[in-house]
Structure formats: structure tokens, C-alpha cells
Design a protein around this ligand. Structure first.
Ligand code: UDX
Ligand code: UDX
Length: 468
């Protein structure tokens, strides 16, 4: 099929490359000229596993690049809209990019096309996209608007796209549903997975994935509800971690016990410094705003957001408890990206914490396997960037772990201890077992678990009965 994907960001670029791998001819459209030039030259603008392979395979053949939405729409039978939907001041999604793309698409509709929302958008956006296209003089029989929410996670985006738990298509008639069924047929009929050159299958893949057909509005809601639920799961376990800290229980044990209930499940139950990224913070706010507009006061989501913000403050207090004063202290920081496996720093809790620590007068030496270039663009000049975790730890008063990169969970602890001025690790992602860290000679602070000390003594019980 001939497919246009408008918006070549974290979602559009991955979707376009994967559609090409399924055998479709894809035009990736973007209005960012330097990004287009880089893509045409074979550069990969984002850090994403398997993306270089896919772009290498299809660039210039099944995958071409353009800045012309109208022409790309004219040449395609399906047009996916994947431009950003950032939050406005009031927390609603800013749909102005979606609207301007819809206007441009209308100019290219010369025969039947399906216009598909891939960006995360509030319910009713499909109605508006349809209205905008009609207002621009397009024959109503020549197009349908559908919703096909994307559930990929950054860092594992390509495998999430090609091995999804489910594919949701929201259509209000059979014709667009048939077109979208054809787009995803290589996944739903399993033929993609038979291919020798298919991207390797991850654990837990449900093959072939089920295709769920709903109304357009339901599909729009499925996306917001899924992201809000996952964010709620994270805030829930973060709240449980706080209770664990105050009573001296171990949140890892609690998660194990709770998560093995198959009705709950253990995924997205990792406590830490709170969720970040371009989706959860924005989508929880937008879903809250959608509900409010529809007359429902979704206060549960306020609490999800409050717990998330509190989680960062709690971590800062933990740093204070571990180090007392911060002015002039040298802190090694591992991780700047909002999660492991990506160079994305949007709404990164790690960046927030680094900025807060700088404001308190600490000196920061940071290391991230992929996000340092992007971080340099937004960080104050005071931050030093290291070439390895050990260089970040060198001569530091303490080491802070702020992103759950796999590499940070497998450090050479002997070497780390030798690099540090004081063997103190404050882990915002619970990557290590406190007992192991204590045995290796560290004072180790984490989330929802007692601090561990080299002599094996559990965290001190303060005079007022609270634990350190
Ligand atoms: C996407 C979705 O669009 C968003 O709704 C979802 O919640 C998160 O994922 P993402 O791919 O992360 O956003 O955004 P970004 O990396 O900013 O990519 C958007 C792309 O669209 C950019 O390359 C930008 O240049 C392009 N764009 C934006 C256009 O081509 N035209 C526009 O009018 C606006
Ligand atoms: C999310 C959704 O998972 C995905 O389905 C949707 O398409 C886009 O939004 P993404 O933001 O890329 O994906 O990453 P995700 O793995 O969900 O992590 C989001 C944030 O939550 C990160 O900051 C991560 O560190 C944090 N997180 C995740 C936790 O703190 N604990 C967890 O158990 C899981």
C-alpha cells in the first residue's frame, strides 16, 4: 500500500520505518528541514534500537522523505498523522499542528483516502479533523477519518510496534476498517513473523496480535485511558513505597507479592523518582481536561500527578538525609534521559533533579549513554559531562542513579567504590539489592526500602521513631 506518515518524530519515524518493513511504500513527511536533510543523508535523529537497521534497509526504496503534506497525501491511500500534541498552559492538548496538517491533507485528496490519527489526541479530534477537511472543500465520499492509537514505548519502540499486545483501529464504517486491516495484515496474519529478516521477537510477544475494531471515539479514549492507567499504576506503587519507607517494609518484596496476582501483574510497578517523558505527564493532564469538559471530575488523576511530583521532592529530601548540606558537594549523576534506552529528555525527572541540585549549590558530573547531547542543549553550563559511569563517580561525594539504563544495573561495584570519594549511592530506580550493596561496602539509599550500610546495620531509627 502507499502510505504517508506526517510527522517524523519518535512515533512517526518508527511507524514509517516499520510500515516499510511490512512491505508498504512509505513517504515520511516533516516540516523540519534540517531533520529531513539528516534523514535523507542516512543520519538517524533519535536513539532507538533497530531503527538504524530499518532505515538502512528501506531508505530511498520503500521509504522516502518529503516536506510536502499535500503531495504526499495525493500519492497515498492512507495518511497517518503523527505530529506532536503538546500540552497548553491549562493542560489540554494543543491540536493546532493536527489542524494545520488536516488542512494541508485536504488539498491532496483526489481519490478515496483514509486519514488516520496516530498522535495521542482527545476524544472528538476525529470529528474536528473531518470537519476541517470538509470545510476546505473536500468531497465527503472521498475520505474517512479513523483513529489508530500507538502504544509503543521509547527505547523499545520498533519491537513494540512490530510485536504489539494489540492493534486498535477506531472506524465508524467498514471501508476505512478494511483499509487499515490491510495495512496491518502482515502482522495479524502472522506472515511478517515467518520472514527470516524479521526483527527479532521479544519476550512475551503475542503472535499474531489481535486486531481490535472500535468506534473512532472509543479508540481515542482507549489511548488516553491506557496511558492514564499505567501512570496510575506507577503512582500507586510510588505511594506504597512511601508507606514502606515509613514502616520499614521493603517495596521490592511488596511488589513481588502484589504483582504475582495475575489480575494486577508485575509490569509498570517499579517505584522510583516518578514517570516522565513526552506521554504520561501530558496525557494524564489532557485526559483530566477531556473528562472535565465532558462534565466528569476525574480527581483520581489529580492525585496520580501529585504523587508523581512528590516523588521527586522525596528523592531530594533523601539526598539531603544522606549528605546533609549540598553546597559545594560533588555529585556523580547516572542518567539524564526520562527512561533507559532513549535519548529523549522531555519531562525527564532526572533533569529536574539535576537542576534542583545545582540550585542548591552542588557540582554535578553526569553521564548518560545516549542523552548527553540533548541534555547539553538545555542544561546550565555548570554541569560537567563524563564519558563513563566511572568517570562520573570519580572523586564524588555520592553517586545518584536517576535513569534505569540496563548498563547502570551492571556496574563493576569494586571499581565504582574505588572511584568515589565516599562510597555512597543514592538510587532513584532501585537497580541494586541493598544487601549486595552493603556487602560491597556501600551506604546505599533507594526507594521504598531501608537504607543499607556497609557494616550491615539497618538504617538508623531516629529519636522520633522515624527511620532515616
Ligand atoms: C508523538 C505524538 O504525536 C504525540 O501525540 C504522542 O503523545 C507522543 O508521540 P512524538 O513523535 O514524540 O509525538 O513527537 P515529536 O518527536 O515532537 O515529533 C513530531 C514531529 O512532527 C516533529 O518531527 C515535527 O517536526 C513534526 N511536525 C510538527 C510537522 O511535520 N508538522 C507540524 O505542523 C508539526
Ligand atoms: C508510554 C507508554 O508506555 C506507551 O504505551 C505510550 O505509547 C507512550 O507512553 P514511554 O513514555 O515511551 O511510553 O515510556 P514508558 O516505558 O511507559 O515509561 C514512562 C515513564 O515511566 C518513564 O519515566 C519511566 O522511567 C517511568 N516508569 C515506567 C516507572 O517509573 N516505573 C515503571 O514501572 C515503568
Amino acid at each position: 500500500m502507499r502510505i504517508a506518515v506526517v510527522g517524523s518524530g519518535y512515533v512517526g519515524l518508527v511507524a514509517g520505518a516499520c510500515f516499510a518493513d511490512l512491505g508498504h511504500d512509505v513517504i515520511l513527511v516533516d516540516n523540519d528541514q534540517p531533520k529531513l536533510a539528516a534523514l535523507r543523508n542516512g543520519q538517524i535523529p533519535i536513539h532507538e534500537k533497530f531503527l538504524p537497521e530499518l532505515l538502512g534497509r528501506h531508505r530511498g526504496h520503500r521509504l522516502t522523505f518529503s516536506d510536502d503534506v499535500k503531495e504526499a497525501a495525493r500519492l497515498s491511500s492512507v495518511i497517518f498523522v503523527a505530529v506532536g500534541t503538546p500540552p497548553t498552559e491549562s493542560g489540554e492538548a494543543d491540536l493546532s499542528y493536527v489542524e494545520s496538517v488536516a488542512r494541508e491533507i485536504s488539498g491532496g485528496i483526489n481519490d478515496y483516502k483514509v486519514v488516520v490519527e496516530k498522535s495521542t489526541v482527545p476524544v472528538y479530534t476525529s470529528d474536528w479533523v473531518r470537519r476541517i477537511i470538509l470545510r476546505n472543500g473536500t468531497d465527503p465520499d472521498l475520505f474517512d477519518v479513523s483513529s489508530n492509537p500507538e502504544f509503543l514505548r521509547e527505547g523499545t519502540a520498533v519491537t513494540d510496534f512490530l510485536f504489539p499486545d494489540r492493534i486498535v483501529i477506531g472506524c465508524d464504517s467498514d471501508r476505512p476498517a478494511d483499509v487499515l486491516r490491510e495495512v496491518y495484515a502482515p502482522l495479524t496474519n502472522g506472515s511478517y513473523y515467518q520472514r527470516a529478516d524479521a526483527i527479532p521477537q521479544p519476550d512475551r510477544a503475542s503472535i499474531p496480535p489481535p486486531l481490535i475494531v472500535t468506534s473512532t471515539k472509543s479508540a481515542e479514549l482507549i489511548k488516553h485511558a491506557s496511558n492514564a492507567f499505567l501512570a496510575m499504576k506507577i503512582s500507586f506503587i510510588n505511594a506504597v513505597a512511601s508507606v514502606c519507607e515509613s514502616v520499614g517494609a521493603n517495596v521490592s518484596q511488596v511488589v513481588h507479592g502484589v504483582g504475582t496476582d495475575s489480575r494486577i501483574g508485575s509490569r509498570f510497578l517499579n517505584p522510583g523518582i516518578g514517570y516522565g517523558g513526552s506521554c504520561f505527564p501530558k496525557d494524564v493532564m489532557a485526559f483530566r481536561a477531556v473528562a472535565r469538559e465532558g462534565g466528569y471530575d476525574f480527581r483520581l488523576l489529580d492525585e496520580v500527578m501529585r504523587i508523581n511530583e512528590d516523588q521527586r521532592q522525596r528523592f531530594l529530601r533523601k539526598v539531603h538525609r544522606a549528605l546533609w548540606t549540598l553546597r559545594g558537594k560533588n555529585l556523580g549523576v547516572l542518567g539524564l534521559a526520562f527512561k533507559g534506552g532513549t535519548d529523549d529528555i522531555r519531562e525527564s525527572p532526572a533533569l529536574f533533579l539535576v537542576q534542583a541540585l545545582l540550585q542548591e549549590g552542588s557540582k554535578i558530573t553526569a553521564y548518560d549513554p545516549a542523552a548527553m547531547e540533548r541534555a547539553k542543549e538545555v542544561m546550565p553550563s555548570g554541569v560537567r559531562f563524563a564519558n563513563s559511569p566511572y568517570e562520573a563517580a570519580h572523586d564524588a561525594d555520592a553517586l545518584l542513579i536517576l535513569t534505569e539504563w540496563e548498563e547502570f544495573a551492571n556496574l563493576n561495584l569494586n571499581r565504582l567504590r574505588q572511584e568515589l570519594k565516599y562510597p555512597i549511592v543514592i538510587d532513584g530506580r532501585n537497580l541494586y539489592d541493598p544487601e549486595v550493596m552493603a556487602a560491597q561496602g556501600f551506604t546505599y539509599y533507594s526507594v521504598g526500602r531501608d537504607a543499607a550500610h556497609p557494616d550491615g546495620v539497618p538504617s538508623a531509627v531516629l529519636k522520633n521513631g522515624k527511620r532515616a
